[in-house]
Design a binder for this molecule. Structure first.
Ligand SMILES: Nc1ncnc2c1ncn2[C@@H]1O[C@H](COP(=O)(O)OP(=O)(O)OP(=O)(O)O)[C@@H](O)[C@H]1O
Length: 564
């Protein structure tokens, strides 16, 4: 394959010589253009975009092009022959002479001048901007002939000095051709190697993204995702430290809230470290997918000012080594939250928790549960038919055998088959009526939540309003309190919820068939749906079966919509 090369000659006189050399060059498909400095850079950028493999140029122009493009740039060196030619040309000139240029020119010149004892002075510059002031000074000192590269030559001519351009001869041009071929072959070999590795990655690796230490994505490949599933991976700089774990697993949610597993591996290479992030979906079993809610491992905020709640959490902390728990507590008391607490404490935030209705567990095979799922929270055990419950209990060993922690929850204390076996930790989740000290903080945290997520204005409740909440019996527990506050923040347009509004909402509860207020129809479709379900649930005395029946949806759907 011929190498596509572009020669950008910084001065026009070079073009003819390159033309003649090109006739003897077989391996390069060589184009020639003339352009000095920025003009040359513009030509080079366009050539790069058109797929040129290598650029050849000279001196300052080659340097500027090298900084502007990502393909190799070969600099035509000033050879000893070039120097001899120009010195011979200047030798017969009977005036004060100087060579001015970058070290690349002046070092070689000095060697020849010293050897041949030629009366020419040498001045080295390190920046093009130095040229003019130096030449002006030399002119004042009586120099009349100045030798150098294009800029020196042009400046000297402009200042009325005799300028001689050190031109490149055939040897330098052939040397540059040779270097261009060597560099391009090496580049092509590397490019092929990269393509080969990419092909191997396509076959062997899945969905992967490579990050540099500054968090920049340097490579990505998506096979099962249409595009990057999370906008950016939280880059923990410890990941790049020598001492950090070489491989770690974390979880995240995609834009639709579906759980993802991310395995990060630190790879050290010569010029630094990279983080290879492999992405995969956490599989839910297909038939029961809708009822298996998988949660990523963020620790839940549990408000527990009360002794009752404190006792509940300390009991859990003492029994973390167990792998079967039964949570007993009224509807809306926080059993799901406690299940997440157990999971987080047991697995230190690693692995996932999945929530599933007890009835749906019968359709779930242990092998269908993704290895990332470490805890199953099985709801509404007491709403299951006792014969099915016995069957469910028998199947549980298989799940436990896979290292899964099982957390059952039920509303009422019942004599459940197996529930009194050794090794099963029974935890009573207190009703809100038993822990009214928590109400104040719960109110604050829900007001904050609605303010942050729905932009509602109320951020405080008066003490008189809170006192009314303290007097109420809360049959629907924290869920009911949350629903009441949701309604209050929609009705309250100011910053403070007064006791009159609380009174009005509590009174409405007393009325047998409360109506759905227009305010509940604010928000997104999902929020309105949830508000209506909560209202119906409240009217049905927080009995999920009755509420589901009235709404003509099955209990799993009702439960899922409440938990979303
Ligand atoms: N101690 C608490 N701190 C903060 N929020 C709480 C607390 N207890 C419950 N909640 C909130 O109250 C609501 C109901 O809690 P959760 O869903 O855990 O109850 P549950 O007992 O599982 O209900 P159900 O029996 O109806 O399924 C949730 O929004 C939960 O976040």
């Amino acid at each position: 394959m011929r190498i596509k090369a572009l020669f950008i000659a910084p001065y026009a006189a070079m073009e003819n010589l390159i033309e003649t050399c090109r006739a003897e060059e077989k391996d390069l498909d060589l184009q020639i253009r003339v352009g000095n400095l920025q003009e040359g850079v513009a030509i080079a950028k366009q050539a790069e975009a058109e797929g040129v493999d290598v650029i050849i140029s000279r001196g300052g122009t080659a340097k500027l092009i090298g900084e502007a493009v990502d393909i190799p740039v070969v600099d035509v060196h000033v050879s000893g022959y070039d120097m001899l030619r120009v010195l011979t040309l200047a030798n017969d000139f009977p005036r004060k002479k100087a060579i001015v240029g970058f070290p690349a020119i002046t070092l070689g010149a000095k060697a020849i001048i010293d050897l041949l004892e030629i009366p020419i002075d040498i001045f080295t510059i390190h920046d093009e901007d130095e040229t003019e002031s130096l030449l002006r000074k030399l002119k004042e000192e009586g120099y009349q002939l100045i030798m150098g590269d294009v800029v020196t030559f042009e400046t000297a001519s402009r200042l009325g000095l005799v300028g001689i351009l050190i031109q490149s001869g055939r040897e330098a041009i052939f040397d540059a051709f040779q270097e261009a071929k060597t560099v391009s072959r090496w580049m092509m070999k590397n490019r092929q190697e990269i393509e080969r590795l990419k092909a191997v990655l396509q076959v062997t690796a899945g969905d992967v993204m490579v990050l540099a230490e500054n968090g920049q994505v340097v490579y990505e490949q998506w096979k099962h995702f249409d595009s990057r599933p999370v906008p950016h991976v939280g880059l923990d700089h410890h990941a790049f430290r020598e001492t950090a774990a070489v491989r770690e697993t974390s979880h995240a949610s995609d834009a639709e809230g579906r759980p993802l597993k991310i395995v990060k591996t630190r790879v050290a290479v010569e010029n630094g470290a990279y983080l290879v992030c492999e992405f995969s979906r956490v599989h839910m079993n297909s038939p029961a997918e809708a009822v298996l809610q998988v949660k990523t491992g963020t620790p839940p905020l549990i408000i527990h000012q009360s002794e009752a709640m404190d006792a509940c959490l300390s009991m859990i902390d003492r029994c973390l080594s167990a792998s079967r728990f039964v949570l007993i507590g009224p509807r809306g008391a926080g059993k799901e939250l406690i299940a997440r607490y157990i999971h987080n404490r047991k697995f230190s935030g690693e692995g996932l928790l999945a929530s599933v209705q007890a009835a749906d567990m019968l359709a779930l095979e242990p092998d269908e549960v993704d290895a990332e799922i470490k805890t199953l929270h099985i709801h509404a055990l007491d709403m299951m038919d006792s014969s099915l419950r016995a069957e469910l209990w028998r199947r549980m060993d298989a799940f436990q055998g896979k290292g899964i922690t099982l957390i059952f929850s039920m509303v009422e204390e019942q004599h459940l088959w197996g529930a009194y076996e050794d090794g099963i930790v029974r935890i009573h989740v207190p009703a809100l009526a038993e822990r009214k000290e928590d109400i104040r903080e719960l109110v604050t945290s829900f007001l904050l939540y609605f303010n942050q997520t729905q932009g509602t204005s109320a951020i405080k409740m008066t003490d008189k309003g809170l006192a009314l909440l303290m007097d109420y019996s809360w049959p629907g527990n924290v869920s009911e309190l949350r629903a009441l506050l949701q309604e209050a923040v929609l009705l309250e347009k100011g910053y403070v919820i007064e006791h009159a509004l609380v009174e009005q909402l509590l009174q409405r509860k007393g009325e047998a068939a409360g109506t759905i207020s227009g305010e509940l129809l604010n928000g997104t479709l999902e929020q309105i749906e949830k508000a209506i379900i909560e209202k119906v649930l409240e009217q049905e005395g927080f009995n999920q079966t009755k509420a589901a029946k009235r709404l003509n949806i099955n209990r799993s759907t009702l439960w899922r919509k409440l938990k979303d």
